[in-house]
Design a protein around this ligand. Structure first.
Ligand SMILES: Cc1ncc(COP(=O)(O)O)c(C=O)c1O
Length: 383
């Protein structure tokens, strides 16, 4: 089976992991985690980076230090992986699901604006959601499938309404928006280095921030809130969320190859765009004029009425050719764990989910394999 997204270990992975084992630094203490944090902060252009055990833990802590309190509401795009909604619930706050941009699947600034204007009461303090009476404290945009969300527009609305912003960049390391790498000027942005992500540490995550104080808070909370080196005094309830050194060693080797991975993914996206972009009823998700995607996964959208085939039938036909593809993230408002949460006009999220399919996008996918995928898509559409 041609996989959707496979890790690629062609660099110094073995060497750095061996160095890590030989050094005896295998826990979260020692130089590997510190180095990994430094190279990620340098690469992104963020002032500070704090490595975590995974991206979900990074989101949990980022929300806490952004000031999310129990019973707050956090605005989350309806079309994404479940982790951001779970992180909101770990804070005993409530996600509210908003609609997404039809081009990219990212949180739609117009939907955010409309929700805040029409559904909330705004006065001196934070907006209050009229239906629930709860304080809306935070917005959590996700840079979906590698394409940056429109942070200029979202950030301006957050500022106007006094909302904190926590960005989920789990899928988007290396993406660029308006000439700047994602995370370089963020209050709080979280990456994931899960096995299928742009680079992997096996499991792992990172909080990047431009604020030294928030980085200190994140490091403290992720290290069990340990308040001194020798006495093991803990001044609040923290978490064991720090990344272990072996994972950081893997990450250091992966980061050295990131530019190559991104170039390769872009070529694959271009092949899909060129070969499939003009087919009737089919759209290949590209980039807005101000963004460079990491192309974590390249998505296509199939309009059944025009293409004569649904995205799910296409998926089955590709599978028969030994090609893995996957529907987009199951919308959060449809998730059994979240049906009781409020969703506000999420029609676009539903449509993109029904029409969307992610195609094989691993950096080691060859041109001829990408062309084979395109031929299989064309054949399926003609059947
Ligand atoms: C959008 C998004 N957010 C958060 C996560 C959570 O990251 P992790 O699996 O490292 O906890 C993922 C991926 O797994 C993701 O795709």
């Amino acid at each position: 089976m041609l996989p959707l997204s496979e890790p690629s270990f062609g660099g110094n992975e073995w060497r750095y992991i061996k160095e890590c084992l030989d050094s005896g630094w295998v826990s979260s203490v020692g130089p590997f985690v510190e180095n990994f944090e430094k190279v990620i902060a340098d690469y992104v252009g963020a002032g500070h980076a704090v490595a975590t055990v995974n991206g979900t833990a990074a989101l949990h802590v980022a929300l806490l230090i952004a000031g999310v309190k129990p019973e707050d509401e956090v605005l989350v795009p309806a079309l994404t992986f479940i982790a951001p909604a779970n992180a909101v619930r770990y804070c005993r706050a409530h996600p509210v699901f908003l609609d997404v941009d039809p081009r990219t699947g990212n949180l739609d600034p117009d939907a955010l604006d409309t929700f805040l204007r029409e559904e909330c009461r705004s006065g001196d303090g934070p907006p209050i959601h009229r239906r629930t009476g709860r304080r809306v404290s935070t917005v959590l945009p996700v840079h979906l499938y590698g394409h940056p969300a429109d942070m200029d527009a979202i950030g301006a609305l957050a500022k106007r309404y006094g909302l904190a912003v926590v960005e989920d960049g789990a899928e988007s390391l290396g993406a660029v928006a308006r000439g700047k790498r994602l995370g370089c000027s963020s209050d709080l942005l979280c990456f994931s280095f899960n096995g299928n992500k742009v680079i992997t540490t096996g499991g792992g995550g990172m909080i990047v921030t431009r604020h030294a104080g928030l980085a200190r808070r994140a490091r403290h909370l992720t290290t069990q809130a340990k308040a001194d080196k020798t006495e093991y005094r803990h001044d609040e309830i923290g978490f064991n969320y720090r990344m272990p050194s072996i994972n950081a060693a893997l990450g250091l080797a992966q980061l050295e190859q990131l530019d190559g991975f991104l170039k390769r993914k872009r070529i694959i996206a271009e092949i899909y765009q060129k070969e499939l972009g003009s087919l009737n009823g089919l759209r290949v998700c590209g980039e807005t004029e101000w963004a460079a995607s990491s192309y974590w996964l390249v998505n296509i959208f199939v309009d059944e009425a025009e293409a004569g085939i649904s995205s799910r039938t296409l998926q089955t036909r590709l599978e028969a050719h030994g090609i893995a593809s996957r529907p987009l993230w199951y919308p959060l408002h449809r998730q059994p764990a979240y049906t009781s949460c409020h969703a506000y006009r999420v029609e676009t999220a539903d449509r993109l989910w029904a029409q969307g399919l992610s195609l094989p996008s691993s950096p080691q996918l060859t041109d001829s394999q990408a062309l084979m995928v395109c031929a299989a898509v064309r054949e399926a559409l003609q059947d």
